[in-house]
Design a protein around this ligand. Sequence first.
Ligand SMILES: [Ca+2]
Ligand SMILES: [Ca+2]
Length: 430
Amino acid sequence: MLKTRKKLVGIVLALTMLLVSAGAGASAPAAANPSAISGFLPIGPYANGAGWGSIYSDGTLTTGTTYKFVSGIAAPYGVSLGLFGGYIQFDMGAATPIANDPNNPYGVDFIVYGNNSTGNNPEAGSVAVSSNGTDWYELAGSRYYNPAGDTYGVQHIPQISYIKVSATDAKFDATGIWYSWNYAGNVSAATWHFVNSSLRWWPDSSKGYDLVYDIDGYVNTTGGAPYVVVDRDAGPYEIITYKNITGLNPYGFNDPANFQFGYFDVTPNGSNYGTAVNPYVPYSSSKIGGDGYDLSWAVDPSGEPVALDSVRFVRLYSSIMSIDSTSGGISSEVLGLYRAQAATGDGAATSDLEIWNAAETVETETTNMGSVTVAAGSYVIYSDEDYVFVNGSSVDASTGYSLSLSSGDIVQIITQSGTESPYVTVIKCT
Ligand SMILES: [Ca+2]
Ligand SMILES: [Ca+2]
């Protein structure tokens, strides 16, 4: 049973939303799709050729005049992002960022479409966003807070490096692509792993990729830490390093149910582009509509929520850590990105979440898109919302859900009902 109710909070928020809506004015709607592409560097399989390998609809691998994605779904070919880290980056336009609008149904602010048309072949990718092209924040998916050692865990690693070996030597006994987790700049000292020979495709300079990977200079020239660093002259090698990424343990990669929310190339697209489906509804064969993203999921590298009003840039990257698979590798595809369209949901979250100590005598106050620090111990959470997720796992908190916290634990709780935006909060244990 709920100890108290918080309907007053809901009423206040509803009034606030009415005021915001009334003040919004009648400005022209922003374009549904990105206005430009501002970064692209795939690696490994499938990214070759003018089909899945090109960001242009009218050109070759790395040259063209018309971007895919800017006028809708890229059909029949979007892009394949290749191995873990490979990415594409969209620019929504300086004057038309994606807003974190609480009136968007389910809180979904934009939707990413992959090529998992049957639902049987998810290849999950992750998303980071930025307002200025310099400061980037991951949108924490349902597995973001899972420990690395868990079956469905993730690894938050500073970087992954790939090296192209053109001639064998004392360090590398095969030509092709090798990779190293958290390579620190000393080729000889690092531990390198060989990539299966079927996955060798490399974005060579001769193929034009030096002109493509930071198309408009956003990646490397805005003063922030670049996402990708390409070293074409590392002795006899070339090295490509992707930074600040979250990797998904590959176990169960081929079941969409293992990627509840926050991952693209998972939910089949259908054809109602720009209309969100509820990301908190469990996956089933009838769930179609692409993968919706909520800016309220934004976190800093420590997993703390970051309140973003809007973002101009969206980076999509391949995030399954299955690199030397003999089956051909796991490579996320992107067919399109749409901002959430005109439909109006029930508005902001009504904050139906309570957290009590085990004796149910002391309540911990939480905030939407905020965090609170608590002592180690046992807690009980209550919520009557349609969906309640604790670190990405659906729980029933209607009669109390017990939570045991140890020092250092970090727990994300999301509650969501109807078409309301979710309530997203994080508890950190001292
Ligand atoms: Ca939102
Ligand atoms: Ca795919």
